[in-house]
Design a protein around this ligand. Structure first.
Ligand code: PLP
Length: 399
């Protein structure tokens, strides 16, 4: 039977402490033991089901982790304080001094900065490659390489990674394939396609209400145990732990993700087609003109569509800024970074979320000045939204 991520979430059953339909929230940073021996065993990692200290794990965090693992089809998951709080410990756990990462060159600016500027201080080097060209990816692999890193759909250029192809390369060269699936939850299931570790920034679509940051690492029980190990686990020792109250609220939002993703995708597809028809340079994986349209189609869980992210290029940063300010004035969305909100969010990535990437490298990867990244909202009447956006574009002579 085909993998059904939303069913896996729906099928989880919870009974709270008093029979509540939501699990009770564990509002404690530390936990008692009936015997000193069990405490010792827990430190040794040998007391399954015992809680120790909330940086290690909490019942609320485990509930959310298990729901996200069910969504991604992995054995288990560990939730973290932010998306970066998921990405950084994974890479630090998998790589040490003298080792090497092959990464997509179009990734979230913070991840890029971490790999380019931060990990070299610990002797970890990264080669950035065009992830859509498997032969370039393979050519960059050296005997020191430990990790292939990519985003399923990249921020901000919406390049699509061939996850099954990358997984084959990873297997051949004994590497771990780590995939950030933040832009395409439910639509793409990287672990089903062979990824070893799947990461999300929960801050975005999964939580969906722009009220918190959060992250998750989905993987094998062995890897998640390693990350939580009190002696050398990067999650435990770097300490990017999610708060239990937040875990409980994100779990509740997760339950409507399938409905929200369908609406984000429906609206994204509608606007992308209209923008392209206006003659705007439009990038959206659901357009036949997208270079990886067929690849996305071959990987996707169809009912969730091609997602809510699209870009247009209006030619210059001045035009991009004027258009975004006007659209905000007309209440068509917010000039804000981030994504996955019920309102449309727009930003010019070159000067915001990708500003960590030097200008010459931005040019090389095709990140132009006039690029506007849209996270399309849940608008009930997307035709009206389109007409109003078109009027803004006409007023500013963008079209
Ligand atoms: N991964 C992607 C694709 C992102 O877009 C972002 C943030 O924009 C992150 C990771 C980082 O997530 P967070 O801001 O929750 O740390």
């Amino acid at each position: 039977m085909a993998f059904k991520p939303a069913n896996n979430i729906q099928d989880l059953q919870y009974f709270g402490e008093f029979g509540g339909v939501n699990p009770s929230i564990s509002d404690s940073s530390t936990y008692t033991f009936l015997s000193a021996k069990t405490m010792f065993d827990t430190f040794e990692g040998n007391a399954d089901g015992c809680y120790l200290y909330s940086r290690h794990s909490t019942p609320s965090n485990l509930y959310l982790g298990e729901a996200l693992a069910a969504m991604e089809g992995t054995e288990t998951a560990n939730v973290t304080a932010s998306g970066m709080g998921a990405i950084t410990p994974v890479l630090m756990q998998l790589c040490g001094a003298g080792e090497h990462i092959v990464s997509s060159r179009t990734i979230y600016g913070g991840t890029y900065a971490f790999l380019k500027n931060f990990t070299p201080r610990f002797g970890i080097d990264t080669s950035f490659v065009d992830i859509t060209k498997l032969e370039l990816v393979e050519a960059a692999i050296t005997p020191k390489t430990k990790v292939l890193y990519c985003e399923s759909v990249s921020n901000p250029l919406l390049e699509v990674a061939d996850i099954a192809g990358l997984a084959k390369l990873a297997k051949k060269h004994h590497l771990k394939l780590v995939v950030d699936n933040t832009f395409s939850p439910l639509s793409i299931s990287p672990a089903e396609l062979g990824a070893d570790v799947v990461i999300h920034s929960l801050t975005k679509f999964i939580n969906g209400s722009s009220d918190t940051v959060g992250g998750v690492i989905c993987g094998t029980q062995e890897f998640i145990n390693d990350l939580r190990n009190v002696n050398d686990g990067a999650c435990m020792l770097l300490g990017s732990t999610m708060d239990s109250l937040r875990a409980a609220s994100i779990l509740k939002n997760l339950r409507t993700l399938h409905i929200r993703m369908q609406q984000h995708s429906k609206n994204g597809q509608f606007l992308a087609e209209k923008f392209e028809a206006l003659g705007l340079k439009t990038v959206y994986p659901g357009l036949a003109s997208h270079p990886s349209h067929d690849l996305f189609k071959s990987m996707m869980n169809k009912q969730y569509g091609f997602g809510g992210m699209l870009t247009i290029d209006v030619g210059s940063i001045e035009k991009a800024n004027a258009l975004m300010e006007l659209m905000q004035e007309k209440n068509l969305g917010y000039l804000a970074v981030s994504l996955g909100f019920y309102k449309t969010l727009f930003s010019a990535p070159g000067s915001s979320t990708s500003s960590e990437i030097p200008e010459d490298e931005q040019k090389e990867m095709g990140l132009s000045d006039g690029l506007i990244r849209f996270s399309i909202g849940l608008d009930a009447d997307i035709e009206r939204t389109y007409q109003m956006m078109k009027a803004c574009m006409e007023e500013l002579h963008v079209i």
